[in-house]
Design a protein around this ligand. Sequence first.
Ligand SMILES: [Zn+2]
Length: 400
Amino acid sequence: MAAGRLAAGLSRGLGRGSGGIIGGRVALLLQPRLLENLAAGKQIVMITGTNGKTTTTEMVAEALRSRGSAVSNATGANMLDGHVAALLGDPQAPFASLEVDELHLSWVTERFEPAVIVLLNLSRDQLDRVGEIRTVEQNLRRALRRAPGALVVANRDDPNIVSAAFDHPAVRWISGGVRWKHDALNCPRCGAFLGEADEDWACSCGLHRPPADWTVTDEGLLGPDGQLQPLELSLPGQANRINAAFALAAALDLGCEQRRVVERVQSITQAEGRYGQVLLGGRPARLLLAKNPASWLEMLDLVAGGGNRLVLVVNSREADGHDVSWLWDIDFEVLRGRSVAVSGDRAWDLAVRLRYAGVDCTVHSTVDEALGGQDPGEARPDVIANYTAFRDLFARRERV
Ligand SMILES: [Zn+2]
């Protein structure tokens, strides 16, 4: 543990990053069973899915803190070394809220049994790196088989998640609707056509949409007892209301009090910069992360109808996935009539896509240039960026 902390400290001191990954990696090399040892006696919530992991992990951590100290890897280091680093942060904390990469949950449940496993959603994401959704779903199913004692909190509106959690002995089902349905047209188990994923369906193979325990409504969260819990989040968008339902269900299972959990979750204004107000080159902007078709759809919903300047930034580096064919899966047509500026490594790919969508855009070599020339009094622009573009903008933001 000391060696891990030393490595993390050196990494930070040398300005090479937060040190979360290298610290965990060094500690794991010296003690391969460190994760199991650190997890022993703790109540740990693992959060996975394609979209919303980081924000939901932050919500769960904040909710658990209503009962005691909780560590979390909300910085996005979501593999085993990141988990070790997070747990090393406060080995005495009774709770942990840990985001885990979809393909790494099975590595976790090989090592210890979490108290709660949150399964948010599965959609196409970096096909060249993560692989097909069916493979991910089967991997999650295997992971849950190794954790029969964990409570699973799962999305009943995503047939891939339904299949992953269906056979588990203890599941709380969340319902909030889905925007992106192109990965959920067929039964994940037998391939039969399902129809609408967020309407009741029952496949001849036995898989069916289970009844909801928690339903997200316009007013709040309808609970298993039939009571409506009002919900007024500081974070925008329906996706975050659904994330909050997952966090509440997980925290209640660990003995947290509903009123206090809701208060804490409502007060969250950003998670690792997502949705945050930032200054870029001296200009205020709202920074939004979108990294795959499903999350682009959520973010475009969020900015739709606004008259403010919109900057879209797309890179295609290692962590983004090199393939950008997914740009053609997104309905950029909703942006018609807006003034859109694009930037990033793949600005021209994006510009071509926007041209076919009938959206006027200008191409800029930097985000500063794309934001430049604002009139005083102009409404604050929105910047939607994919993973490395977002990370770089967040890292060089000025004081908020
Ligand atoms: Zn089926």
